[in-house]
Design a protein around this ligand. Sequence first.
Ligand SMILES: Cc1cc2nc3c(=O)[nH]c(=O)nc-3n(C[C@H](O)[C@H](O)[C@H](O)COP(=O)(O)O)c2cc1C
Length: 354
Amino acid sequence: MQVDLRESWWIRDVEIPSRLVLAPMAGVSVQAFRRQGRRYGAGLVCSEMVSCAGLEHRNERTLGYLRVARDEHPLAIQIFGSEPAVMADAARMVVAAGADIVDINFGCPVRKVTKTGAGATLLEDPDRACAIVDAVATAAGVPVSVKMRRGLENGSRVCLEIGPRLVDAGAATLTLHPRSARQMYTGEADHSLTAELVELVDVPVIASGDVTSRARAQSVLATTGAAAVMVGRAAQGNPWALSEIVNGDAGEPSRDDVAAELIVFVRETVRELGERRASGFLKKFYGWYLGRGRFPRPFKQELVQLESTEEVVTRLLAASPGAAELVERLEAELPDPADEILLDSMPISIYGGG
Ligand SMILES: Cc1cc2nc3c(=O)[nH]c(=O)nc-3n(C[C@H](O)[C@H](O)[C@H](O)COP(=O)(O)O)c2cc1C
């Protein structure tokens, strides 16, 4: 059975225009990444995980994650924490910021998060996990989704026990990344578990893990019955993978295409994070964009050494003069940044990006 990835589907009353969801990735899923993902065919994009404690304390950097642009909807904002009441307050804030869906993180395997009782550890505490979903669903007024791993230990099938309970508690969709927390990103995602979860719940399931091509996406959808696939690492510095998966658009981008997308990404990220934070944040993206044999290796190393992002843009334009016209076209299509929804409680300095 061939599944059309361009078909829309629904999470309660939110229409998702394609069967590809862009994964939440800490240190990656900035606004520029999400907006680019939407342009290349993702039906739903997601923020990186946002700390509910950080929101509770009005931490400036945490609040910065809640900047939402007009052209990224439908958008899920992901929150993590371990206290139902604090998570409920966080949910109200992210909805006020413009989230169409509140996503709850029950998958993060990183110790900094799990030691606080949040992320994947909640898979071992189903009562608390359900209390969180219940509190968030009651507070949010928009659909609530949960993203989880298979369990903490290798071979765990805990996701199949807790999944239906999370739905009963109010989850409108479940995303399963079927690796254990212990595995981190090693081994393979076992999507036979995704198929089992689909059988157990009457909400749409999103399959996350190792979807890197159209063929793989088709096979995961067909063999699991999932409503959508989620794509993470394959989209890093490579939005073309998204249009390949959704539309079957084949072919490597030209150098000018790559340079133009990277330049727009750099400028948008500087606008969001400010020059100082953006220049460090962006370095990993240079390798992601320019690798894959697209540009010679020394060129990437040269960009990483440059002091300012302006120099990076100048160097990219010198290497790929045809990119200038493409950049102009891309930037003309972006909405005015003044259209962003700004929360009253946000400190002024984050509006300027600094
Ligand atoms: C750098 C990085 C950061 C991630 N951050 C998050 C996160 O904040 N929240 C989350 O639910 N998953 C996070 N993930 C997991 C991804 O969303 C996804 O489930 C996982 O990478 C498997 O999909 P993939 O094989 O398509 O990359 C992260 C993954 C990576 C590689």
